[in-house]
Ligand binder design. Sequence first.
Ligand code: OAD
Length: 287
Amino acid sequence: MSWQHQPLSKEALCADLEIAASSQSYLVRVLVLTGAGVSAESGIRTFRGKDGYWRNLDPTKLATPEAFARDPQLIWDWYRERRQRVRNARPNAAHEAIARVAQRNADFLLVTQNVDDLHARAGVAAEKMVQIHGDIFVTRCSHCDFSNGDSGGSPEPPGAYVVQAINEQLTAIASTSERDFNVPTCPKCQAFMRPGVVWFGEQLPYNKVERVGDFLDGGACDVVIVAGTTATFGYIIDWALRGSRAGGELIEVNPEETPLSQFATRLVREPAAIALPRIADELIACG
Ligand code: OAD
């Protein structure tokens, strides 16, 4: 395993991939795993770290099925605020770089933990992307299988809520009857609709896990890029290691050390919007 704490050079990457300079037709097999850090430069807050949601907010009160059962209005307020932030945001250079690699490589999969749509808006096709933690713009029934792709018929509130407002709600003793109750209900079974995301304590969607497994079973990757995630969840590390199992590069793009860092063959300690355009150029040049 080679440890390199400086930016990649095209020559080094091509050499590591054992791609002859004369080879014009070789396309590398690429797996990209992303997390909140990739959207940070679009103005979407991360979860951990000094500016992260979980610094001021308790995840057990906002991102669990129990929290939703306790106070669906609060959960909807938080998700509507986040939807609005995502709508106001634009893909950054990191999203665009990943999209360029996706468009040029047939053998490509992006697995993102991000529930925003910035990868898609940058141009990553749905068949090359798995949103493993769901999609913030999907609204699904908390009871039956009904699902739709909009905000459940409930308009977002004008103007964004701020964390302070959510915290005030968390500490408020006001009952739901005293608040503006605006929780969408299922047209099929009348149960409450919920955001189409994965919460703590819930299973990952089986069909999505299967898509990742199929890609990994389809062959070892030449390059695995893990960008902007604390890799808190074991499956992220597991997929990165499985992808790079046959000696492929495992590149971590993150200004901070993570549990994955010890396994990376290359560490790029830079913001994703700086590092990924350069790495994409190098990969495309090698291909
Ligand atoms: P985190 O908030 O845990 O981690 C963000 C990571 O991005 C950190 O490691 C930062 O160092 C890094 N980072 C910050 N700015 C960056 C930048 N400009 N470029 C590159 N990296 C940067 O987010 P995730 O790892 O995505 O799940 O979190 C995983 C899951 O935990 C989320 O999907 C969410 C959360 O709780 C649920 O809500 C279920």
